[in-house]
Design a binder for this molecule. Structure first.
Ligand code: ZN
Length: 450
């Protein structure tokens, strides 16, 4: 949409005869502990006004993750444009409104504009939290199994009717595995919102569809969410007791993938990678060399304190199948000792250099109490040095994939913001290898979780 047109006046071919459906949002709900936080980072041109609710870590974490992924997209775009775009400055702008509130449920709507200078995209994200079940909810939790395909059908049919050049297959894929914003209209219809440019040309704006849903189509939390929208009441159920760990990722339920980075830490490239991962609030696994860990202990400590997992990748990267068993054992032991000395934790994962293993290496892993971690997606970053190829390879990930990269190559680090954005776009949660596998067993070999 041209920036000079008033936001409320539909223009061009997207002007539909009927007004676009709208989320019902609330003016004043009196959510206890609700604070508005302003994140105005001049350096990265971010202006975000976001809600945080004291004690409700699950809500606060999800909200910050949304802002982090907006920021990562901005960073990825400025990296792609490089110096040529010095005069085009991008920005991220985030605002929010309450969608619903009840004694045991809260719904929040975040609206983001990510402008990369050359173009801008509007997107909406919903954060629904069921305090009774301590769970975050998306549209699939609101609709009973038996009627989800009816909703998908109704949405795609309405899209086809109202949005020119819409990609209904992509819309259906997002509904099946992504996380479109969800809420209710003032009439109680289910509203689903797609990001601008995601399923239709920018002229269509951010497509929003309303589907009338009989109560029999809604789950009990869906019914409660609709009620929280239409007849709001303040939240009463207290947050999970402080000190209790916030809900861990459960890869049996979530669509998890694991990013892994080998051969570091490197003083030249790893710090920038860590900045990117923490801005995106993404966790990864670093298979480090003992020699590098010893050379850069402070950097290794930061890898650990940033919440990443550290695995053993041998001391000096020999092919363990081609050296004696005792040399191979020394390669492994010495590395774990230095990692434990620096971080306080002994690694439980071993990735043999080159992925080269045989029964001798397997036996050493088993004896040392390590799970052997290989990979299912090889980005071949060490060979192609091409962010484009790395991103394309990473996009082939499916649920449970372990993705191999190397944090010693600047091109790999360049690719990471777009890799994260692409994987999240496909509905994946990025986790460490141990979180992906649940509890990896010593002596077992893993290529992913399938
Ligand atoms: Zn390696």
């Amino acid at each position: 949409m041209p920036t000079d047109s008033p936001p409320t006046a539909p223009v061009g071919p997207s002007a539909a005869p009927a007004p676009a459906p709208e989320f019902r949002t609330l003016d004043d709900v009196g959510i206890p502990g609700l604070r508005t936080v302003t994140d105005g980072d001049n350096g990265s041109l971010v202006y975000a006004v976001i809600p945080q609710i004291d004690g409700y870590d699950a809500i606060n974490h999800r909200v910050r993750t949304i802002v982090a992924s907006d920021k990562a997209e901005l960073d990825a775009a400025s990296d792609t444009h490089g110096d040529a775009a010095d005069n085009i400055r991008g920005f991220v702008n985030v605002g929010w409104r309450p969608l619903g509130s009840s004694p045991d449920m809260v719904g929040l709507l975040l609206s983001s504009v990510v402008s990369t200078g050359a173009s801008a995209a509007m997107r909406e994200d919903s954060v629904w939290y069921d305090a009774a079940g301590d769970a975050l909810l998306g549209w699939r939790e609101f609709v009973v199994d038996a009627h989800r395909s009816d909703v998908v059908e109704a949405v795609t049919e309405r899209l086809r009717r109202t949005i020119p050049f819409v990609d209904v297959a992509r819309a259906a894929e997002i509904l099946r595995s992504g996380d479109p914003a969800v809420g209710f209209s003032a009439e109680g219809g289910l509203i689903l919102a797609f990001d601008e440019h995601d399923i239709a040309p920018g002229s269509a704006g951010a497509p929003t569809i309303e589907v009338p849903v009989p109560t029999s189509w809604l789950t009990s939390v869906g019914v409660r969410a609709r009620q929280a929208t239409l007849e709001p009441h303040p939240l009463v159920v207290p947050p999970p007791a402080p000190g209790e760990p916030s809900p861990e990722v459960n890869c049996r339920k979530e669509r998890c993938v694991a990013l892994t980075f080998d051969d570091g830490p490197s003083a030249r490239t790893t710090p920038r990678l860590l900045d990117i991962l923490s801005a995106a609030d993404a966790h990864a696994t670093f298979f480090v060399l003992g020699s590098q860990a010893q050379a850069y202990p402070r950097l290794l400590r930061r890898v650990a304190s940033d919440g990443h997992e550290i695995g053993n990748h041998s001391w000096s990267h020999p092919d363990l199948t081609r050296i004696s068993a005792s040399s191979a054992r020394k390669q492994i032991d010495r590395t774990s000792r230095v990692i434990e000395k620096i971080t306080g934790h002994r690694p439980v994962l071993l990735r043999p250099p080159y992925g080269a293993r045989n029964t001798k290496v397997d036996a050493l892993a088993r004896a040392g109490g390590y799970s052997e971690v290989l990979w299912s997606i090889d980005t071949r970053d060490w060979e192609n040095h091409s962010p484009k190829k790395i991103i394309a390879a990473a996009k082939k990930a499916r649920r449970g994939s372990i993705i191999l990269m190397h944090d010693i190559h600047p091109d790999t680090v360049d690719a990471v913001p777009a890799v994260i954005a692409a994987l999240r776009n496909k509905g994946f949660t990025l986790v460490t290898v141990s979180d992906l596998l649940g509890s990896p067993k010593p002596g077992k070999r893993y290529y992913g979780r399938y």
